[in-house]
Design a protein around this ligand. Sequence first.
Ligand code: FAD
Length: 258
Amino acid sequence: RTEEPWKPFNKSRVYMADLESTLHYSLRVELAVHAVIKGVALKSLKKYISVLTKYFPGRPVVMNLLKSVNSWLQSQSADEISYVALKEILDNTAQVPNTALPEGTKWVGCQGSQPYLRRYPCGVWTLFHVLTVQAKILGGSDPQEVLSSMRSYVHNFFGCRPCAEHFENMAVESLMEVNTMSAAVLWLWSRHNRVNNRIAGSLSEDPHFPKIQWPPPDLCPACHNVMDNREHRWNKEVVLPFLLSYFNSSRILTDYLD
Ligand code: FAD
């Protein structure tokens, strides 16, 4: 397989190409491992697709596809579905006009310097941040809706099993304390930083994208407070609006989309 050429991109922006690639990988590769999806896993999938239908800030064709998958899934009353049946809906775009989920991945902001670095896990974090921000901006009323759907998606399907276990532990520990839409955005940000901290310097770190406590001072100087004793403190009153703007649908770049 020939390597794709490196695509120049802005490190401080979110790209729709990464979000669509994440959906493609999640729905057509990660889920495809499960020939049959049933019970709690099926409930989890229904929740995940319903949250995407509500909050994914996608192009109209992609939103139409998510809606068609969502209404098919919600109408399934049996306790199990086969992946083949789901795949038919995903690929059956000829019958429903203006629906499509692009085939294949095109990583941009989530490109890695090696094929096994960044990419899908980077896309998953990006997607999750975008969804918590969209839920807050669109006036969602259940602060745990997005986070709990991610939690159960990761628990049931995320291919990196140690990652899923770590994420579940963090959720067990403190997800129930999230009681506002803003708290949900901040919870995901702070848990993501915890993961960055834990895996800094590990084999999954791309040397060109070191694990840092994010956002770094050059991206958001006012997010950082340095106390008299030189201790670092996040300025959460600044971090929240920063996240709401950084992951805002109006700032997502559409470069490299077909
Ligand atoms: P990522 O950490 O994937 O981040 C993607 C982008 O999000 C960054 O480029 C940056 O722009 C932005 N970002 C970074 N930090 C934050 C933040 N705090 N808030 C908001 N945005 C931020 N790997 C392991 O080795 N062990 C694990 O236990 C593990 N657990 C994981 C759990 C989950 C739920 C997920 C989705 C992934 C996990 N991974 C784990 C993978 C790992 O976290 C990275 O996704 C992967 O190493 C790729 O890193 P990256 O450099 O692309 O940046």
